[in-house]
Design a protein around this ligand. Structure first.
Ligand code: GLP
Length: 242
């Protein structure tokens, strides 16, 4: 995995330029998309570029990265809802072009297999964006997640549940389990961009880049992915932009 450091104000534009290049090569490309605070500048920039006619989002397809087990799609506390609100609706990307992470507890194992099958039928992720959890998670692959894991339900750590609380209105109940694209699934993407911003991610980013790859900080598996780029702002990287 390579590291590129950019100024905070250039973070969204640099991430968006990778999506735009991919879509210019293949307007039908499947982009894997995360939720959270970090990708917001990416989504804002992509929507602005689309409004200005600089990119065509009318055929791209989206594979979601993660969600909560048991989340209802209409419910505010769901990543599907979050992605609708922050990107999909404004981009005009409907359910026919969105591969949602399954959330139905009763059938989750079979639904995760169906998600993987569908992703393969779509040709896999051409470009997958990821955020970085403070404990080194990517998606909801919490510490302990091995390199070969596939899309599945997982128990969330207390620190991840606490960090997730500020995505939603005060006192929202954060589910105890999530569902995530697995590490093995993530590593099959043809391009991967790990988005990291803010000084509070500096220490974990250093571990992820420099520590021995291990399940203790699952994002460190990306060191073994030559197609991966860590895109960090100066605060997260702890050094000036190139
Ligand atoms: C969350 C999500 C991840 C996200 C990460 C970082 O818990 N499961 O998909 O990328 O943590 O979130 P943020 O960008 O808000 O720091």
């Amino acid at each position: 995995m390579r590291l590129q450091v950019v100024k905070a104000e250039a973070f969204g534009a640099r991430a968006a330029s990778q999506a735009i290049e991919t879509l210019q090569r293949n307007p039908h490309a499947v982009l894997g998309l995360p939720t959270g605070h970090t990708p917001i500048p990416l989504y804002r920039t992509l929507l602005a570029k689309a409004a200005a006619g600089a990119v065509d989002l009318s055929q791209m397809r989206v594979a979601m990265l993660d969600d909560y087990l048991g989340a209802q799609h209409g419910n505010e506390v769901s990543f599907y809802h979050w992605l609708q609100e922050h990107f999909l609706r404004a981009a005009g990307i409907g359910d026919d072009r969105t591969l949602a992470i399954p959330t139905r507890a009763e059938t989750i194992a079979a639904d995760c297999e169906a998600y993987e099958r569908r992703l393969r039928e779509w040709g896999g992720c051409e470009l997958l964006f990821l955020g970085l959890g403070r404990n080194g998670h990517i998606g909801f692959n919490e510490p302990g997640s091995g390199k070969d894991t596939r899309t599945r339900a997982v128990r969330l750590s207390e620190s991840s549940r606490a960090a997730n609380a500020d995505y939603w209105t005060e006192n929202a109940a954060i589910p105890e389990q999530g569902v995530t694209m697995g590490i093995g699934t993530i590593l099959e993407a043809r391009q991967i961009v790990l988005l990291v911003s803010g000084a509070d991610k500096r220490e974990i980013l250093r571990r992820v880049l420099e520590g021995e790859p291990s399940a203790e900080a699952p994002a460190s598996w990306l060191q073994q992915a030559p197609q991966a780029l860590a895109l960090a702002d100066e605060a997260a990287a702890g050094r000036p932009a190139e």
